[in-house]
Design a protein around this ligand. Structure first.
Ligand SMILES: [Zn+2]
Length: 234
């Protein structure tokens, strides 16, 4: 094989690796983002538990206040009942005291219900907090891995870039320019083999004079269809 083609193929191999590494590097910020979004569900669940507990505490405080108000009324009525001389008033106050007493019992029952709900909610909060910690640990690990990967890829890219410029330096400037232009325009390969006269870049059969030129190994030969540099295997 033509020495120039051999060198171009090595250059192409390094450039393909470089392209692959750069693509992997490009994906890292997205991977980091999606790792972080995995925390959102757990964070929202914990936040809901906290809000529910707060609402429950407010509810319990209100019930306690309602109980206190009624207890004060009962105490006040009892004093008035003691002071009155009228039987009618005494009885009416007794009825009121009874009514307040029933309301207090009902409120205390509700208070117990809310206390139980509160206990459940605190248990749920602990579970949600543990789930978040677990996810956080996994996400931290993933982020650390991504960081290492990024570091390694950057090193690999640096090595490859040095290597490829050394390889390119050994080639004719015009050839490198042609090769790079093709690499950019085609997005995949610049230098391809001719298989039975067929360009393996665009899969079109080239004209016989192109095959002859490629076999002559005199300068670079291009596929007349796609423009890629073609060569024949001896
Ligand atoms: Zn072609």
């Amino acid at each position: 094989m033509q020495a120039e083609i051999e060198t171009l193929l090595i250059l192409q191999d390094r450039d393909q690796k470089l392209r692959d590494f750069l693509k992997q590097l490009e994906r890292i910020p997205d991977d980091e983002e999606s790792a972080k979004t995995r925390l959102q569900g757990d964070e929202a669940a914990l936040e809901k538990c906290r809000a529910d507990i707060q609402a429950n505490e407010i509810e319990m405080k209100n019930i306690a206040l309602d109980i206190d108000t009624r207890k004060e009324s009962v105490a006040r009525l009892k004093v008035q009942q003691f002071e009155t001389k009228k039987n009618e008033e005494f009885r009416a106050m007794g009825v009121e005291i009874e009514r307040y007493g029933q309301e207090i019992t009902a409120l205390e029952d509700r208070e117990l219900e809310f206390m139980e709900i509160g206990e459940d909610l605190r248990k749920k909060r602990e579970e949600a907090s543990a789930a978040l910690a677990e996810t956080q640990e996994l996400v931290d690990e993933e982020l650390a891995d991504l960081g290492t990967r990024q570091e390694n890829l950057n090193k690999d890219v640096e090595v490859l870039e040095t290597e490829r410029s050394k390889i390119a330096g050994g080639l004719d400037e015009d050839s490198v320019e042609t090769y790079e232009r093709l690499m950019k325009n085609k997005g995949d390969v610049s230098v391809v083999v001719l298989n039975d006269g067929q360009c393996s870049g665009c899969h079109v059969k080239v004209i016989s004079s192109t095959v002859v030129a490629a076999k002559a190994k005199n300068g670079l030969t291009h596929c007349e269809n796609c423009g890629r540099i073609v060569y024949c295997v001896d």
